[in-house]
Ligand binder design. Structure first.
Ligand code: HEM
Length: 273
């Protein structure tokens, strides 16, 4: 084929692009509930974020598995990809970050009781970060596939559990009660684990595999925290202190959620290095 030949236009069935991307499916999943022209970007932003959640979950599951198998470079690649993806996720707040209450009200009622709180993929992200909660499965009782996936994720070691197991295998004093914790419970910060990170970070050589791993996790933690804060500020702008469509107290509830540290000891250990 010469370099100036035109693209192929002749396909017997659907295009190979369509077969791979399923763009026809993807671009017909937008069903606004109101006549307001501003609802489309709210809906698509939400869908775009769901897709990024899906990719990030894939990366963290890849990283967790690789850590379990002591394949650190594979885990690092997945964590670094996830950090770039989280930056793209966070940038996708832009189109809806400055809604006025009147603009949001134009379609808010049409959302009914719908809320991102009911996002199963976001919940899987939180589970992978160690923020497990069986009660978060309750909204999904009516959706067997989603429920089964969440149930599996609830009982699996989180990404952070795998990191702590790796640290233990490398000879660091991660206590047995942390290593043998009930995986379906929320991870609670441990002073001993804080000491471990302080030891990792306080070593004479800063260019170690474990410091690099700690920094990749810190990047992830920071970017998740930024997503929560961007969400909080967008919510404050769009609805002040009204109650949420999901039935929570709204901004004050989100403030409490945003205050939590992802991988807590990676932050607190810094005071002891
Ligand atoms: C300006 C637009 C938005 C407003 C005003 C808003 C408001 C809220 C509120 C008030 C809550 C608390 C639960 C409730 O009572 O509903 C919440 C939770 C949540 N929202 Fe949004 N939201 C917005 C956009 C989004 C978007 C685009 C996403 C993307 C999927 C999203 C994902 C979530 C998630 C995952 C939660 C649960 C957070 C947690 O469990 O900690 N939100 N939102």
């Amino acid at each position: 084929m010469s370099h100036d030949s035109a693209p192929n236009l002749d396909f017997a069935g659907t295009t190979p692009y369509e077969d791979y991307v399923q763009a026809d499916v993807l671009t017909h999943l937008q069903h606004p509930r109101s006549d307001d022209p501003g609802e489309m970007v709210f809906l698509v932003t939400t869908q775009v974020m769901e897709l990024w959640f899906t990719v990030v979950v894939h990366e963290w599951e890849t990283a967790a598995r690789a850590l379990r198998e002591d394949r650190i470079p594979v885990a690092m690649d997945a964590l670094k990809r996830s950090a770039r993806e989280l930056e793209a996720l966070n940038a996708s707040w832009k189109p809806i970050a400055n809604l006025t209450p009147a603009q949001f009200n134009a379609y808010r009622d049409a959302l009914g009781e719908g809320s991102g709180f009911q996002s199963a993929m976001y919940r899987r992200m939180e589970f992978l970060l160690g923020d497990k909660s069986a009660s978060m499965l309750v909204p999904h009782r009516g959706a067997p596939r989603v429920h089964a996936e969440l149930e599996k994720a609830l009982h699996e070691p989180s990404l952070y559990d795998e990191v702590l197991r790796l640290l233990a295998r490398r000879g660091y004093a991660v206590p047995a009660e942390v290593l043998e914790r009930d995986l379906a419970q929320k991870y609670e910060p441990s002073e001993a684990v804080e000491h471990v990170w302080a030891e990792v970070y306080g070593g004479p050589d800063q260019d170690t595999e474990l410091v690099r791993l700690g920094e990749a996790l810190t990047d992830v933690g920071e970017l998740v925290w930024r997503w929560r804060n961007d969400h909080l500020v967008a919510t404050r702008r769009a609805m002040g202190s009204k109650v949420g469509t999901g039935g929570s107290a709204g901004v004050s509830w989100l403030e409490k959620r945003a205050r939590k540290n992802v991988f807590p000891e990676l932050w607190t250990a810094r005071s002891h290095v």
